[in-house]
Design a protein around this ligand. Structure first.
Ligand code: EPZ
Length: 418
């Protein structure tokens, strides 16, 4: 397993190009199951999760190729309808195959994904939604088995604006005759990008990005050529990483229009942010930031995927900050590792209180999930001395070439092949 060796830096400067969005690319690639025609998706990031999606689609019977950020998917023979445990346990988003397989073949089967470090992550909202559309749910050997004689359009109100359940439901409804209305759905920008791609395939969808999506079913969807939106969470990660040390960084091929809350928090902490349309400039004095507290929330609130990274940034704040994690029940795994670097943090249930210190000290640390790993990179880059970060494979699931991007502007990070 690879490690990162990271040394604290005093200042950085230059340009970093942001990759395509993991959390938009995953549903977009999986929606290729809705058509037998050719699908070409560009600006796809090179990530372990994208590789897992390629394996999953090939296993189901699609023919996928992925070269220089372009993903081409075709279908030459009949598809399997089952996402097996080995593939689902590697990537929870595999359960998104259920919606399109149910829509096209009236049956789907996937291994229950089980929990992960950030929480139990049930799939009840997905399954309740499929039932509302007329599907029958049963369980066999750790798998969910979904079937339907006839699917019917319906009004489905989600008990929580689940991103994945919204996407699964959208993919099922686009081929069901009549109008399906999804209420209290997720409003994340990735949902809007996903809907734009489905519309380019011939789907009739309105309201994506709001809390109610209306879908008028069509008989079939065509192939598509589509380019994925920039990665909002990678953008936010690099904005906060740049704020944690002195310097001026330009993030290219992205914007912070979908990160208004994060930009506001960064400005309140003492950093200058300039959205230049297709790039974002971050100017940081490198001084200890002012403390800024918040509670994570579904979009447009502070994104849970940037909570760990922000918490690492607050470890040097001049004062106390409080972070309330309201989306996942166990998303403070990075705290133990930050304490090893000299951070002062107390966690009670879903709230962390951080008392800033002058500077963290480098130490041997370990990533537990994608975003906790990114948080430790921020902490180590702003610390004094050397850190060795283990289990880098977590980070490779969600960040495309993070060490090369960081080194290109002066951060000190090298990968040690393990
Ligand atoms: C998506 O996960 C993202 N993943 C996550 O990003 C992100 O943290 C999350 O949305 C929230 O924004 C992808 O898009 C691939 P949810 P998802 O369903 O769809 C509960 C990253 O680091 N819930 O919105 O799985 C669930 O337990 C990843 O890139 C149910 O109770 O998230 C959680 O507490 C991590 N029942 C909350 O809802 C369900 O049926 C939000 O989950 C589904 C979810």
């Amino acid at each position: 397993m690879d490690n990162f060796v990271i040394n604290g830096v005093k200042s950085v400067s230059g340009n970093i190009s942001i990759s395509g969005s993991k959390n938009a690319a995953l549903p977009i690639l999986i929606s290729s199951l809705l058509t037998k025609e050719k699908v070409e998706i560009e600006n796809v990031p090179k990530l372990r999760d994208i590789q897992s999606t390629l394996e999953l689609l090939n296993y189901l019977g699609k023919k996928c190729s992925f070269t220089s950020n372009k993903f081409v998917i075709s279908e030459n023979h009949s598809l399997k309808h089952h996402a097996p445990y080995d593939l689902v346990r590697k990537m929870r988003a595999s359960i998104l195959v259920a919606g399109p397989l149910l829509a096209r073949f009236k049956q789907a089967r996937f291994s229950l994904p089980g929990g992960c470090t950030i929480g139990v992550r049930p799939v009840d909202i997905h399954l309740e939604s499929f039932k509302k559309l007329g599907a029958h749910i049963s369980y066999s050997g750790g798998d969910v088995v979904i079937s339907a004689k006839h699917l019917k359009a319906a009004r489905v109100k989600l008990k929580f604006p689940s991103v994945g359940a919204t996407e699964n439901l959208m993919m099922c409804a686009v081929l069901i005759e009549g109008e399906t209305v999804i209420e209290n759905c997720a409003k994340e920008p990735e949902i809007k990008d996903f809907a734009d791609c489905l519309r380019n395939m011939g789907a009739l969808i309105e309201g994506a990005g709001s809390s109610t999506i209306k879908i008028m079913g069509v008989k079939k969807l065509t192939g598509v050529k589509y380019s994925v939106m920039p990665d909002r969470i990678e953008t936010g990660t690099f904005m906060i990483l740049s704020a944690a040390v002195q310097g001026e960084i330009n993030l290219l091929n992205t914007s912070c229009k979908n990160l208004a809350v994060v930009s506001k928090c960064l400005e309140r902490s003492g950093v200058k942010i300039k959205d230049c349309g297709n790039s974002v400039k971050i100017i940081s004095s490198g001084k200890r930031p002012k403390p800024v507290s918040f509670k994570t929330a579904p979009y447009p609130g502070f994104p849970t995927d940037l909570q760990a990274v922000w918490l690492a940034y607050m470890c040097r704040a001049k004062g106390k900050s409080a972070i309330h994690e309201s989306i996942f029940e166990n998303r403070f795994m990075h705290v133990g590792e930050l304490l090893r670097m000299g951070a002062k943090i107390t966690v009670t249930e879903d709230k962390a209180v951080i008392t800033g210190v002058d500077r963290l000290k480098g130490a041997p640390i370990m990533a537990s999930d994608i975003r906790a790993g990114a948080a430790l990179i921020v902490a180590a880059s702003a610390a004094s001395g050397k850190s060795t970060l283990r289990r880098v494979y977590h980070i490779d699931r969600g960040y495309d070439g993070i060490e090369e991007k960081m080194r290109s502007v002066g951060f000190k990070i090298i990968r040690k092949k393990g």
